[in-house]
Write a protein that binds this ligand. Sequence first.
Ligand code: MTE
Ligand code: MO
Length: 254
Amino acid sequence: MSAPLLSRRRLLGAGALGTAGLLSGCDKLGDNPGFRGLLEDVGQAHRATQRLLIGRTALAREFSEAEMSPIFRSNGSVDVADRAYQTHVAQGFANWRLQVGGLVQHPLALPLSALQAMPQRQQITRHDCVEGWSAIAKWQGPQLGAIIAQAGLLPQARYLVLHCADTLLDAPYYESIDLIDGFHPQTILAWRMNDAPLTVAHGAPIRLRVERQLGYKQAKYVMAIEARASLAGLYGGKGGLWEDKRGYQWYAGI
Ligand SMILES: Nc1nc2c(c(=O)[nH]1)N[C@H]1C(S)=C(S)[C@@H](COP(=O)(O)O)O[C@H]1N2
Ligand SMILES: [Mo]
């Protein structure tokens, strides 16, 4: 098994200390009144609620190289019709930029090379699709929390929306997560899968890995990240394509 690229201390900090470790690693998130309020409320809340919140920060199981699946199928969109996206593919994503905007202090436009130059996290995890298949793969990329910290969340921000290049079921694919998952140590924007650049079928140039949730939350072809106070008024208002169109749960915890 290869050594995780994230330092052992940070991993242990986040895993063993739960929300405390998470906060010390992300002062910016601690500054967010919504998130701080969430933590403070826990002090007064029922023990079950507390257990639930601490549980949300626990790490998903990681696997060894020997356990990696020989075949990892692709699902949903396996290509993108959008012209601009196809131009990016033809140019090797040299002119592609990840847009980070919405309720942030400093909107960003990050080239792939900038994402690749950030501290990287590598993890071997199991992907579980609701359609009844699972596969284990190795993913690598910067932590989403580090990117969001760079942009600086405004106090009203509660959700991170991932806007994708493809359409499915006649609608733009999008997904959203809350700040607990946004700053979870295993939440990364993966540009590498099984030691090779992400293929188009698997979501090039970057896809979300949010390892405590099911397959449909693992947004491929992520073009923009938008910090929002609410999911109301965005497409169907339920926070994701499958949530809007098929009634899937917004929090798809595993
Ligand atoms: N943009 C986008 N992201 C997506 C999908 C999609 O169709 N478009 N499908 C989802 C579903 S249901 C699954 S199971 C996984 C499939 O990822 P894979 O193609 O790498 O196996 O991506 C998820 N993310
Ligand atoms: Mo899926």
